[in-house]
Design a protein around this ligand. Structure first.
Ligand SMILES: [Fe+2]
Length: 299
C-alpha cells in the first residue's frame, strides 16, 4: 500500500519548537490516514506550518473535526435559521467596510494582541487552533507563538516552585479589561463562570509538561491578587522571551496549527486601512488530550 505521508518533508520552525511541513495537501489529510501522521507531528512539535494550501471552508471544517469537537462559542446566540460559519479574525465588516479604530470589535481584536491560549475561560478549553491566511497585509499582522513547553523546561527551579502544584483561575473579562473597561462589561465576556485549571498540562502522549497560562489568568492559588498578578507577569515574561517564540508573517494559503496546551499566541497590529482576514477554527480538548487531569479536585 502506498504511504500517503512518505513524501512529507519537515524542517524545524525554531530551534526549540515547531515544524514546517511541506509536500502535503491538508485537504487530503483531512480525509485520509495522513491525519495520524499530522497528529503525531502536532504532539511532538506543538506547532505546524503548512504553506500554499488550497483549502476551502469545508476542508477546514473536515480537518478540524479530525482533532475533535469544533468549538462553537456562539451556539447560544444563533437562531435556528442561522447557519454555522467558519469564524473569521477580521477587520472587515459584513458590509465590506473596515471596522473603525475605536469600535468594540476593534478593541476585541486588540485583546488578541495579549499573549494567550484560546478558551482557557471555557468549561472545555481548546486543544488547537487551525488558522488560515485568507486576506493578508503587506506589513504587520504577524501571529506570534511562544512555547510554554520549551520555556517550562528551561525555567529556573526557583520560579517553577512558586507555581507548580497550584491551580490558576481564568476569566474571559479579565483579558478584555486590560484593553478597555467598557469592552470588559459586554455580556459576551460574562457567559461563563471562572475556570480553575492546574498550572501545568502534561501531554498524555509523550509526558512532556507545559505551563498553562494566558491573558485570561488572574489568580494563582495561595497568593493574593497583587502577588498573583506579579507572578503571572513574571511567568509570562519568561515564556515569551525570544528563545521560545516564533513570529509568523502571513501569506494567503498559509495554515498554522498549534497545540493550545503547550503554546501561547498573540496577534500583532497591522495598518488600519488594510483589510485582513484569517479563518480560525478552535477544537475543544478532551480527556484523551489530558483535560481530565487538569481539573482541580476539591480538598
Ligand atoms: Fe486566540
Amino acid at each position: 500500500m502506498i504511504n500517503p505521508t512518505a513524501s512529507w518533508k519537515t524542517t524545524p520552525l525554531t530551534p526549540v519548537f515547531g515544524a514546517i511541513v511541506e509536500d502535503v495537501s491538508l485537504a487530503d489529510v483531512a480525509r485520509t490516514d495522513g491525519f495520524f501522521r499530522l497528529r503525531a507531528l502536532f504532539e511532538e512539535h506543538s506547532a505546524l506550518l503548512f504553506r500554499g494550501q488550497d483549502i476551502t471552508d469545508e476542508d477546514h471544517l473536515a480537518l478540524a473535526r479530525r482533532f475533535g469537537t469544533i468549538e462553537d462559542r456562539l451556539a447560544d446566540e444563533r437562531t435556528s435559521d442561522d447557519a454555522y460559519k467558519v469564524p473569521k479574525v477580521s477587520n472587515v465588516r459584513a458590509d465590506g467596510k473596515l471596522t473603525a479604530a475605536d469600535d468594540l470589535h476593534t478593541l476585541h481584536l486588540k485583546a488578541n494582541f495579549l499573549w494567550h491560549a484560546d478558551s482557557t475561560f471555557l468549561p472545555v478549553p481548546a486543544l488547537t487552533n487551525i488558522l488560515i491566511g485568507r486576506v493578508v497585509t503587506k506589513s504587520g499582522g504577524a501571529t506570534e507563538l511562544a512555547s510554554t513547553r520549551a520555556a517550562w523546561a528551561a525555567m529556573p527551579e526557583s520560579l517553577k516552585a512558586r507555581v507548580r502544584g497550584r491551580g490558576i483561575r481564568h476569566r474571559y473579562s479579565h483579558s478584555r479589561a486590560q484593553i478597555s473597561p467598557e469592552l470588559a462589561k459586554l455580556p459576551m465576556f460574562h457567559k461563563w463562570p471562572d475556570q480553575h485549571w492546574k498550572s501545568v498540562w502534561t501531554n498524555p502522549v509523550n509526558g512532556k509538561e507545559a505551563l498553562y497560562i494566558a491573558s485570561h489568568a488572574f489568580a494563582v492559588d495561595g497568593y493574593d491578587a497583587a502577588e498573583s498578578a506579579a507572578l503571572l507577569r513574571e511567568l509570562m515574561e519568561f515564556c515569551t522571551q525570544p528563545d521560545f517564540t516564533y513570529s509568523h508573517s502571513w501569506q494567503a494559503g498559509d495554515v498554522l496549527i498549534w497545540d493550545q496546551r503547550a503554546v501561547l499566541h498573540r496577534g500583532t497590529p497591522w495598518p488600519e486601512d488594510q483589510p485582513r482576514t484569517l479563518s480560525s477554527l478552535c477544537v475543544s480538548a478532551s480527556d484523551a488530550d489530558g483535560l481530565g487531569t487538569m481539573h482541580i479536585m476539591p480538598q
